[in-house]
Design a protein around this ligand. Sequence first.
Ligand SMILES: Cc1cc2nc3c(=O)[nH]c(=O)nc-3n(C[C@H](O)[C@H](O)[C@H](O)COP(=O)(O)OP(=O)(O)OC[C@H]3O[C@@H](n4cnc5c(N)ncnc54)[C@H](O)[C@@H]3O)c2cc1C
Length: 451
Amino acid sequence: MTWKASAAFGADHGLPIVAEVDVAVVGGGAAGVAAAETAARQGLSVLLVERYGFCGGNAVAGLSGTICGLYAASDRNRNQPEQLVFGFADRFLQAMRSCDGVTAPVRYGKTWTVTHDPLRWRETADAFLEEPGVRVLYHCLVVGTVIEGEDVLGIVVESKAGRGAVSARIVIDASGDADVIHRAGLDFTIGQDGTVQNPTMIFRLGNVDVDRFLGYWGPDTICSPEVTEMLIAAHAAGEYHLPRAKIWIFTTPRKGELLVNATRLVGRDGRDLYPGSPEDLTEAEFVGRRQVRDYARFLRDHIPGCEESFVNDTGVQAGIRQSRSVAGAETLTNEDVLAHRKRPDGVVRSPWPIELHVGDKPKLEWLIEDYYEVPYAALLPRRGENLIVAGRCLSAEHEALASARVTAQCFGYGHAAGLAAAAALRSKRRLRDVPGAEIRDLLNADGARLD
Ligand SMILES: Cc1cc2nc3c(=O)[nH]c(=O)nc-3n(C[C@H](O)[C@H](O)[C@H](O)COP(=O)(O)OP(=O)(O)OC[C@H]3O[C@@H](n4cnc5c(N)ncnc54)[C@H](O)[C@@H]3O)c2cc1C
């Protein structure tokens, strides 16, 4: 890290300046990588700050494991997935495909998804950032903002080298948790009256006889009613602790391996866990690791092909579906999703169902043969300039977010935010003064195929 003094910025704040850039991207999840790569391809100087030593966020550290949101749901077309989402999401998908980093599409109820290899994801993201010259700081946590009035001027980072400031003309909050919004004292919401979807500790099972497993489980990655009944009975008999009875299991690009999305994490005292609290996050890790062992034992004991399996790995962290959402200039509503609303200022398309993880059986509400669009203004904070969010912390009502949060759409928010940053800086406009329809045109010109 080069420590550099600056008279214009930082002196007042008493912090050494570690970088002066056009765009600072906070977080290297799906949204952050897309935003940083896009902004850099537009010729901007870009810094991406990520607390871990790799990109991927909940898709990799949280081991969420599949790229959902690419394909249409259908009641009739059960053999041929129809891809509806392109742009950055498709470019990343193709790059992963070229290194055998994703499976072919697998069935997910009425739609499809692809499972990815989290190591290949890390390498692919590194290459995407390196190629256009994004400067990356891994192992750095963003702990504050530099703000004057409502103008965000930069961010404060903490690392092994100490604390420093980054001067940025635009900050993209791709932290998933709206950390920048929070640290800047701007407005955010939390789920449904403060309650968010359950975290899940995802795990991988090794040494599985995958053919035998598939022969029993069938082509749908969502478990059958028969398996749900078995889970309920085993839980009720007290043999295992299995608080979620509708579970998802995916084959992966690796031989003999399954990815298991099964656990439901609440506190040992039964409380819902809030990911903004370190106590609750710690509780999620304790509870998650124990629950993983119970689900793995259940699978070994009851599911053909899993008899000799072992827990290969869990997520680096408990997977967090939802925490803070920015209070946006506009909010994606539940009705927008259910009505499949399209709009001229729509910048991201989503065919993904409402997939709400609460209680013992996640609720699924399908969007059949259709999609809705997310408006640009759902990425803009109601207050605060030079700042835009990308990813699952967009402004959305609770159930709408349970659809809009998945990976292909997070790639799309990053793509839109990167182009918006370039358009605003080029024309010296505030981000909120760039019309959403203009961003849509830029996205179309950049391969998003929204029209
Ligand atoms: C259990 C679970 C299962 C899921 N299953 C699927 C699925 O099968 N398919 C699918 O498509 N989606 C799934 N999702 C959703 C999907 O994984 C996420 O919504 C998506 O990855 C979010 O991307 P993001 O970039 O918005 O945020 P995140 O992935 O949360 O990325 C945020 C990044 O910012 C970094 N960061 C955060 N705060 C700071 C800070 N202060 N300083 C520096 N860095 C910071 C984090 O380390 C992280 O890398 C699942 C999610 C969970 C939790």
